[in-house]
Structure formats: structure tokens, C-alpha cells
Design a protein. Structure first.
Length: 611
């Protein structure tokens, strides 16, 4: 074969190889193109679109908390956080009146924004330089403040809607409401107890953005509105709560006490219309209070009830039928029990015959022991438990103390008697108030409660389900004891004279518990006063405690005026008609001329309670 022929053959083979190689490459790329477009096309397009999507969360407004009349106790207001797209803000230009560019970029934008945000222009400008699509510049702007910022029309300055929790009444009911944290999560009180209901469902805003962060007009857009939280309807009367807080604050200051608390409960419903603590927290600035001072001592701090704790003893004896209001006992100011325990009243008086009503009116420890001894320890204990002592009331704010009530099997020879007149056990102000409310409700104990119900975004009110009441004593026993309690306020030597409310028949009980001081001696006191009104048809029960007041600290002297002022306000606020019926004819002693003709106008000298 000639040389030219061989060379031509080699060139032909090379051309064929190149052609095959080119065809192979084209086939591979073509197949890949077909695969990408036909098989993976939708998935890849979706991935690319997702990279361009920007999702912003729309915060849901937290539900309002209202008082019994629909007045705001807590609400959430609209606020704006301001951020910057550092890529877009670099395109900002500042022009003069002639349209000439005088400055541009982040530095010029910062100079325009700084006065509105209350920040240093240089520091603000430094945070606006970079490659991020969102950096926070300021938080918590009002809608009006954001409008001023938006009016500058600076590219890349973007809003983020938020909310701020506001308590318009300051400290009023602060111990009941609680407060929220930075994430709008309930941390205490009703805010925490009903956090799930108050917390709404967030919405979202989805936009498709370009390389520099601008919104693509024809791109994906999705708007899911936020769903606000439910509205919580409380039983609190805002004006009564405010007044009760004022009164207890003034009393604590007057007597240099450690703390004080007042509870007002509707007798027929169990609704707590005021739960006031001295030095109540302001939920708007709760960090300024120590953690232990942010709750409600009326709920979390039990104290010995002193002579107010005699009420369950009398109720049990009346219900068991071992005494009547006019049953007569010989009463001395001191006594020694059969097991050698010695007890005395707080002041000396001659031995004399007194009725059960007279023993209660004069708050005699020794007389109460005689009445309590007519029942065995287990029976009295069961009555105490039935009145709710030794267990939480179930009130809706957290941290409630059950108080202290030990099983009678653990009682020693002295404790069995001390529990008859309010020692060797402890109760919260709320529990003590519930005891009185139970008596006023014809012996049926209702759960204490702070919430009426919830209203959702559908506008439908849903009442909170309440358990049924529990009968503790018979209606007759309860009514007899309430009538006897009136003698505490109006009877000769009654200890509760300072609890009188002009125009109304009042039943009450005073109490003074001794507290071990720093020296180890019983040198300090807890002053208590509980009662109800009007006696003929009880509307409210009020409980008071003032802890460690300076001076003699008798509950009659310290707690009585608090009770009077708060009860008077509650009765007038609710437009309760004045009493018109006469007091029951219950003698305090065998030779007592029975009831006074006008008990509402009686003016007895004040006598201290025995314990």
C-alpha cells in the first residue's frame, strides 16, 4: 500500500474517533440535560425557589386579662423591631433640594436614622455595614415611632412586628396577675397558670427575594394571619382590689409590720373579688422586686390563726349537738386540764358563768377548751379538714400552701387542746377567709376561685368548670355560729368592736398568734381578723392578717380597722342594702338581758382577745 494511502487511512480513523468522542460527549450532556429537565427539573426548581424564600414570623397577641367588670388588668400592645438588610442599605443615597447626591451608603443612612432611634450615628452605622440580610437595629418601637422611620424610605430598613405586655394599673392585683418573660411566656400568677390559653398561635409572612434581598414582585407570596390568645375573665373587682391594697399597705407601714394581706370572697359563689398583699409587685417592672416578694402571701404564707381558729371548734360542737349558743359554762381566766396542761386567757377576770356565745364573744381560751373537749380528737380533726385546713383551696395561682394540720395520732397532750383555739396549726389568709365564707353559706364550702372563664377569638365565652360545694356543717349550726359571731362585734366585752360597719350587721372573730422572735421567746405576733356581712344574708367574707406588727399587736386593734374599711367599701361598691332586721336574742351569760335593742348603734369598750 502506498504511503499516501496509509496516511489518508490514519486521518480517516482519527476523524472517526474524534466524531465518536464528540457524539459521546454530546450524548452524555444531552442525556444529563434531559434528566435534569424531565426528571429532576421540578425538584431543582423547588430547591432554587426555597433558597430565595424569606419567612418572617408574625407574633400572636397575648390574650387580655380582665377584671369582673371587663376592665383591663393586662393587655398586649403592638410594637415594632427594626432590622437592616446590609446589602440593600448600601444603595441608599441622600439628595439635596436640587436632587444632587450629597451622601450615600450605610453611613448616610445611619446619620438619618440615629435621631429617631435614639442612638449614636457612628455606632449605628457600624452595625449597618456587612453582607447580612437582617440585623436588629432597635426593638420595641411604637407604631408611631415606626412610621417616622418608614417615612425616611431607606432601602433595607425593615420592620418586624412584635408585642409588649402592659399592666395599666401598676401594682393593683400584681400579686394575682403575675408577669411574663422576654419570650412572652407566663412566669407567675394567672399569667403562668393560664399561659396556654393566653398564648396565641403565631402567623407567618413568606416572600421570594432576589440576590440583593429585594422582594420579587411576581414571586411566591404567602400570608398566614396570627391567631390571638384567649381573653381571661377574672373575679377581681379592680376598684376593691386597689382599695384593699391601699389599706393594708398603710397598716403595715403604721405598725412597721413585715407584711399584711386581705382577702374578700363572695359567700354564695366562692369568687375571690380581692386578694391584696402589702408591697404588691408591679408586673411592668417585676425585676425590681425580690423573687420571694412577687407572689401572694395570702396564698403562700401560712400563720397560726390564733383565736380566729376557734370558729371550727364552735362549729363542730354546734353541728354535733353537744352545745347550743346559750349552753352555760363556768369560765375562769386560767385552768389545768386532766393531763396536767395549764392554759390561760390573755387577761385576768373573775370566774363566772358564760354561755357558748359569751365565750366566743370574749374569746376565752379556757371556755373554748371546755367546748372542744366535748368532742374526741379525731372528730375535731375531721371537721378541720372539712373546712379546708391542711389542704390547698385550689386557687388558680401557683405556689399555694396547704398550711399545717397534723394527724391527731401525732398530737401530744398539749397540742390536742391548743388546736381548739387556733394554735399548733397554721392556715393561709385565703383558707381562713374560706372558713368564714363556709359559715355564711349555710355550712357549704365552695372552692375559692379567681377566674370566671375565657373568651376565644370566636367571641364565645366559656365559663370555667367549678366543682360542687361540700357540706361541712348543717345550715342550722352555721346560722347559729354566724349569729354568735355578731356578739363578737356588738356584745358586752366583745373583742371585735373595731370591726363594726355603720348600718350593717357584722359577724366577726379576732385572733392574735404568738410568734417566736429572734431571742427565742414568744415576743412577736400575727394579728388576724375575719368576718362577714350582712349577718342576716351574708354577701362577703373578709380575712385579714398583719404579720409581726410593732406594739401589743392584738388582732382586734390592728386587724379590726382593716376589716372595717375593706368590708365597708365592698358593701357600698356592690350596693348591698343596709341591715334592717334585729340581731338574734342570744345571751352572753345567764343573767344577760339578751340582745340589745339597737345593736348597730351599740358602743362597747374594746377587749383584747385571749389568743
Amino acid at each position: 500500500m502506498s504511503r499516501p494511502t496509509v496516511q489518508a487511512d490514519l486521518v480517516g480513523r482519527r476523524r472517526q474517533a474524534v466524531l465518536v468522542l464528540v457524539l459521546t460527549v454530546l450524548l452524555v450532556f444531552g442525556g444529563r440535560l434531559v434528566w435534569v429537565q424531565a426528571v429532576e427539573g421540578d425538584e431543582l426548581a423547588e430547591q432554587a425557589r426555597n433558597v430565595r424564600l424569606s419567612t418572617s414570623v408574625v407574633e400572636a397577641p397575648r390574650g387580655d386579662i380582665l377584671d369582673a367588670d371587663g376592665e383591663l388588668l393586662a393587655t398586649s400592645v403592638e410594637r415594632y423591631n427594626v432590622g437592616v438588610n446590609q446589602r440593600l442599605v448600601s444603595t441608599y443615597v441622600e439628595e439635596d433640594e436640587d436632587g444632587e447626591v450629597v451622601a450615600s451608603g450605610a453611613t448616610a443612612a445611619a446619620r438619618a436614622l440615629a435621631p429617631l432611634l435614639g442612638q449614636d450615628a457612628a455606632e449605628l452605622g457600624a452595625r449597618m455595614v456587612g453582607d447580612s440580610t437582617f440585623v436588629y437595629l432597635a426593638k420595641g418601637l411604637t407604631p408611631e415611632e415606626w412610621q417616622e422611620v418608614a417615612a425616611l424610605r431607606i432601602p433595607g430598613i425593615e420592620p418586624e412586628r412584635a408585642s409588649e405586655r402592659i399592666y395599666p394599673n401598676g401594682t393593683t392585683a400584681g400579686n394575682v396577675l403575675g408577669y411574663v418573660g422576654r419570650d412572652d411566656e407566663g412566669l407567675a400568677g394567672l399569667e403562668r397558670a393560664f399561659d396556654d390559653a393566653l398564648t396565641g398561635t403565631p402567623g407567618k409572612v413568606v416572600r421570594e427575594i432576589g440576590r440583593t434581598g429585594q422582594v420579587i414582585p411576581t414571586g411566591t407570596r404567602e400570608d398566614v394571619p396570627a391567631r390571638p390568645g384567649e381573653t381571661l375573665h377574672t373575679t377581681i373587682d379592680r376598684d376593691l382590689q386597689f382599695h384593699a391594697q391601699q389599706v393594708i399597705d398603710e397598716t403595715v407601714e403604721e405598725y412597721s409590720a413585715e407584711w399584711g394581706a386581705v382577702v374578700v370572697q363572695e359567700v354564695a359563689t366562692g369568687r375571690v373579688v380581692a386578694l391584696a398583699d402589702s408591697g404588691a409587685v408591679d408586673p411592668n417592672n417585676y425585676q425590681e422586686w425580690e423573687p420571694e416578694e412577687r407572689g401572694s402571701r395570702a396564698v403562700v404564707s401560712p400563720v397560726e390563726p390564733g383565736s380566729t381558729g376557734k370558729l371550727p371548734t364552735f362549729a363542730a360542737a354546734l353541728d354535733a349537738g353537744v352545745v347550743e349558743p346559750d349552753t352555760v359554762f363556768e369560765v375562769s381566766s386560767s385552768m389545768t386540764t386532766s393531763n396536767g396542761q395549764r392554759f390561760s386567757d390573755s387577761y385576768d377576770r373573775p370566774t363566772a358563768e358564760r354561755t357558748a356565745a359569751g365565750i366566743l364573744a370574749n374569746s376565752s381560751n379556757t371556755g373554748t377548751i371546755q367546748i372542744g373537749s366535748l368532742l374526741d380528737d379525731r372528730t375535731r380533726y375531721e371537721y378541720l379538714r372539712a373546712f379546708g385546713l391542711g389542704e390547698p383551696t385550689g386557687i388558680e395561682i401557683g405556689g399555694e400552701s396547704p398550711g399545717v394540720l397534723r394527724d391527731p395520732d401525732t398530737w401530744d397532750g398539749r397540742t390536742r387542746y391548743a388546736t381548739m383555739f387556733g394554735q399548733a396549726l397554721s392556715v393561709t389568709v385565703l383558707q381562713n377567709t374560706s372558713v368564714v365564707a363556709t359559715l355564711g353559706n349555710d355550712g357549704v364550702r365552695l372552692p375559692s376561685r379567681l377566674v370566671d372563664g375565657l373568651t376565644g377569638d370566636d367571641g364565645v365565652f366559656r365559663p370555667v368548670e367549678q366543682p360542687e360545694g361540700r357540706r361541712v356543717v348543717s345550715a342550722e349550726a352555721a346560722q347559729d355560729l354566724v349569729a354568735m359571731m355578731e356578739g363578737v362585734v356588738t356584745g358586752e366585752g366583745g373583742t371585735g368592736v373595731l370591726g363594726k360597719v355603720d348600718g350593717y350587721r357584722v359577724g366577726a372573730k379576732t385572733g392574735t398568734a404568738q410568734i417566736v422572735g429572734d431571742s427565742g421567746a414568744l415576743s412577736e405576733r400575727a394579728s388576724s381578723f375575719v368576718g362577714l356581712a350582712p349577718v342576716e344574708d351574708p354577701r362577703f367574707a373578709v380575712g385579714v392578717v398583719v404579720y409581726k406588727p410593732e406594739g401589743n399587736g392584738f388582732g382586734s386593734l390592728v386587724g379590726g380597722p382593716v376589716f372595717r374599711e375593706v368590708m365597708e367599701f365592698a358593701l357600698h361598691q356592690a350596693a348591698v342594702p343596709p341591715s334592717t332586721t334585729p340581731s338574734a336574742d342570744i345571751p352572753l351569760a345567764p343573767d344577760d338581758p339578751l340582745a340589745q335593742d339597737d345593736p348597730l348603734a351599740q358602743d362597747d369598750p374594746l377587749a383584747p382577745e385571749a389568743g
